[in-house]
Write a protein that binds this ligand. Sequence first.
Ligand SMILES: CC(C)=CCC/C(C)=C/CC/C(C)=C/CC/C(C)=C/[C@@H]1[C@@H](COP(=O)(O)OP(=O)(O)O)[C@]1(C)CC/C=C(\C)CC/C=C(\C)CCC=C(C)C
Length: 401
Amino acid sequence: MSSLLLRMSFGPIEDTNSLLGFACKSHIIERTQRRFKGVTFANKAFALSSAAVVANPIRSSEEKVYEVVLKQAALVKERSRDAKVALDLDTKPVENGEFSNGDLLNVAYDRCGEVCAEYAKTFYLGTRLMTEERQKAIWAIYVWCRRTDELVDGPNASYITPSALDRWEQRLNDVFQGRPFDMYDAALSDTVTRYPVDIQPFKDMIEGMRMDLRKSRYNNFDELYLYCYYVAGTVALMSVPVMGIAPESKVSTESIYNAALALGIANQLTNILRDVGEDARRGRVYLPQDELAKAGLSDEDIFSGQVTDKWRSFMKGQIKRARKFFDEAEEGVTQLDAASRWPVWSSLLLYRQILDAIEANDYNNFTKRAYVGKAKKLLSLPAAYGIALIGPQKLSKMVLG
Ligand SMILES: CC(C)=CCC/C(C)=C/CC/C(C)=C/CC/C(C)=C/[C@@H]1[C@@H](COP(=O)(O)OP(=O)(O)O)[C@]1(C)CC/C=C(\C)CC/C=C(\C)CCC=C(C)C
């Protein structure tokens, strides 16, 4: 996989349409209304004036990110009004024995599936329940995300510079304009013509990688939230247009995207809490500095890795917050297309249990890795399947009486 990363194309650097360039004053009022009331906020939120930018230049990360949510949700609505895109691939080989584009595309998608099966076995299994078209698209998105993550986390990470990320972004622009560089890009290029996926979350994920290169401390939760959006919330925004919303869903598209975003944030917060020790050994602290200080803790406490009562109490608060994001996400999964629910429930249940494992380790996330054992993992899959079929409330009623 990493050898592929060395094969990046080099092109002119394009000015990015950063998510920070937007402004939305009405968001604060809407924040309290948007949860599952079927209200459409997109029009209101898009009625932005340059006056609003001047009058309210300071917005929280949550507000900035919510604009991307609205933009993606609006795109989905717009596209679903348009004529349905043709989904049949041309699979016939051409006469002279060469492959047609359709054949090459199928091979490209199969390769994406192989990468997905290799790196994320359980998740790959879950995607097999989706329609063939959808699973291919999810694999293509997965591979792009994995490659992007590998740029700063993989074996060649020490060679990665901001300009390499700029070139990766240029290559992304090419993918969206139908000029793929390799097989994996070709699969993504095809996916983004078939589904209403916006380029912004992809660009934002690259921005997250830039952030990782230049920043190793987060002053407060607002800064951390933005990082979590960049590296994980974006995955959710990319995936929902492919996974699809249940035709019978009565709630607003925005609220479903918001729940998806919450799952991305919850997963990343969990990841951070699991990896505190590992990150500290790389000189990184992905915890809000102001909250650490309030708890009477500092970076030194993290580097020394002692589980004290102060640490336990701090961790309890962090876990509580991550669980709130999971709760928010759960409401949204029930609104997804039925065939897409299982992989999402599986990932939600598995990731959520990592928080339980941190507690079971008595909050020692310095030297003990919290993980979900094989038995629990195996039990989670049918549980997720049951929940996906009949819904979380009904299942808990059946189980608990
Ligand atoms: C169905 C489903 C889960 C789809 C997502 C598929 C997809 C495109 C995954 C890409 C994942 C990826 C490689 C991201 C790169 C950045 C990264 C590594 C993020 C972390 C993931 C955990 O990965 P891992 O366990 O391998 O971590 P380590 O590298 O070992 O540290 C993240 C924590 C992000 C994961 C975020 C998601 C999977 C988003 C989930 C949300 C949805 C799919 C939306 C669901 C919809 C509703 C309405 C709730």
